[in-house]
Design a binder for this molecule. Structure first.
Ligand code: ATP
Length: 503
């Protein structure tokens, strides 16, 4: 992960926000290559989800909506995480990410006793961290006996008697943690000149409500019929208590969400399954390896009361297997809530049964930043390769799909000071540039130039060499990033190659 973060900074993919002021926790900036990569992910999704389908339309709704939207949706009352404060360090933790365990030791008398508590922040090795902390605790206190295996629970499960005994992860000492309390994650702002309660509004914590609130507008104007979907891409904001894992969990992020409206009598489970598979295939189409994708079906008892089922597509990040894309069957909950709160019915008319009903919905919701991080993690590799003289050297390569790579082709004249080479290269570059993001590089030896492109994920380099200008056929050397294989190619073939892979 450290290597990926370093590469992202070094090559201008991702910077900390406001870095010259020391950064701002939970916020990030995308540099020249990062913003291209992000745009390509968005464009692929939009093209596949909206333009290439007859049953889905796109919209763009405002970030700040009427505050009543968030009351009706349940976010004002319930969009919260459990929060614990450390009174000494003033640090805050998410209670469901702070784990603890009693330290249980069996003495010579054969009786197992709790001799203290240990804590650890959630990670891919929480249990091992707790066990190590328990061993250290026993050694430091010179306690004799056999240490039992730890029994991790999170802070929301701690009893009021246990809380004062659990050490704060910030200080290592017990006595400073508060009980878990609910913390609403919506960012508040004021709209207009007044700053009293009447002007309170929220930055949206999800884009989905835009689709529900505009359902009738689209239905009345969009020439749509069930089943159909409304999709949107846009920024969302959540005051996450513990933003972490680089851009995985941030406070400002971008979502791509789609609400697929179906008949109340439709087979929602079949439709849910179809969307799960569509999303999985889409992730594969932008280059994520199938082997790193798994499905997690939420347990029935943990679902919101209105939810019929939620399945997450999980990705194996370097810091653990985590949610990438959530696909939820939400019934008619959202439209019904807005109908009740606004007094405006959100029903449609069934010509067959001559009955009105509120459509049900399947919602695939994904974060652009999480996909971007996943493609960086999956694509990053360091390899030993041989140079032209047979010496082994290291190369860093980003195996990004051509669909989303920030630069599709690098155009390289073999020598900088040969006008005929540079002229032919410039002509090709200008022509490619009309359709694709391409890069012109005439500096340094050709091997170094290839390495620079490997590191930013450019799938192809085209070298304009002496064969190009001296031999018939006007061919170039095409060098492939992954295999490093080289072959000769004409301009027409190059455009055909791009047409096939960049869509
Ligand atoms: P998590 O459990 O990780 O907080 P969630 O279940 O609350 O996520 P949803 O509300 O279902 O997430 O949001 C849909 C998608 O938006 C997520 O699958 C994820 O890709 C993205 N997302 C949610 N929160 C964040 C965040 N803080 N930073 C980046 N992406 C996010």
């Amino acid at each position: 992960m450290d290597n990926i973060v370093a590469l992202a900074k070094r090559r201008g993919f991702i910077f900390q926000s406001s870095e010259i002021y020391g950064g701002f926790n939970g916020f990030f900036d995308y540099g020249p290559l990062g913003s291209e990569l992000k745009k390509n992910i968005r464009d692929c999704w939009w093209n596949d989800m909206v333009r290439r389908r007859d049953d889905i339309v796109g919209i763009e709704t405002s970030i700040i909506m009427h505050p009543k939207v968030w009351e009706a949706s349940g976010h004002v009352a319930g969009f919260s995480d459990p929060l614990v404060d450390c009174k000494v360090s003033k640090q805050r933790f998410r209670a469901d990410q702070l784990f603890f365990s009693p330290v249980t030791v069996t003495g010579a008398d054969g009786v197992a006793k709790i001799v203290g508590y240990v804590s650890a922040l959630e990670s891919e090795k929480t249990t091992a961290d707790l066990q190590a902390a328990a061993e250290t605790f026993k050694r430091k206190k010179a306690i004799v006996g056999t240490l039992a295996a730890v029994t991790p629970k999170d802070l929301t499960e701690a009893t009021p008697e246990e809380i004062p005994l659990i050490p704060s992860p910030a200080t290592g000492e017990p006595g400073s943690l508060t009980e878990a309390r609910s913390f609403n994650m919506m960012f508040q702002t004021n709209v207009g000149a007044m700053t009293d309660g009447s002007s309170v509004a929220y930055l949206r914590p999800e884009t989905a409500q835009g689709m529900f609130v505009d359902f009738k507008n689209v239905w009345d104007t969009g020439r749509v019929k069930l089943p159909f979907g409304i999709a949107q891409i846009g920024k969302s904001f959540r005051n996450e208590i513990t933003p972490r894992n680089f851009i995985f969990r941030s406070r400002e992020f971008e979502q791509m969400e789609m609400e697929y409206f179906i008949h109340e009598d439709a087979d929602w489970s079949k439709c849910h399954q179809e969307w799960i598979e569509w999303c999985r295939q889409w992730l594969i189409s932008v280059g994520l390896p199938e082997s790193k994708l798994t499905l997690y079906a939420h347990k029935k008892e943990k679902l919101a009361f209105y939810s019929k089922g939620t399945t997450d597509i999980m990705f194996e990040y370097p810091f653990g297997v985590q949610e990438l894309w959530g696909i939820a069957a939400r019934g008619s909950y959202d439209l019904t809530q807005h109908a009740n709160a606004s007094g405006k019915p959100q029903e449609v008319f069934d010509e067959g049964t001559k009955k009105k009903f509120v459509p049900h919905v399947i919602e695939p919701a994904v974060g652009v930043d999480r996909i971007l991080l996943a493609v960086l993690c999956a694509g990053y590799a360091e390899e030993d390769v041989k140079d032209d003289k047979g010496n082994v050297e290291k190369r860093t390569v980003l195996r990004l799909s051509p669909r989303i790579a920030p630069v599709k082709v690098a155009v390289l004249p073999l020598l900088k000071n040969k006008e005929a080479l540079v002229g032919r290269a410039q002509a090709l570059y200008k022509k490619l540039q009309r359709r694709y993001a391409v890069f012109f590089d005439d500096g340094g030896n050709i091997g170094k130039r290839y390495r620079r492109q490997d590191e930013i994920g450019t799938p192809w380099c085209v070298t304009i060499d002496f064969d190009t200008i001296e031999k018939p056929g006007d061919t170039f050397t095409l060098r492939e990033r992954d295999s490093m294989a080289q072959r000769r190619i004409t301009e027409v073939e190059l455009f055909a190659l791009l047409e096939e892979h960049v869509y």
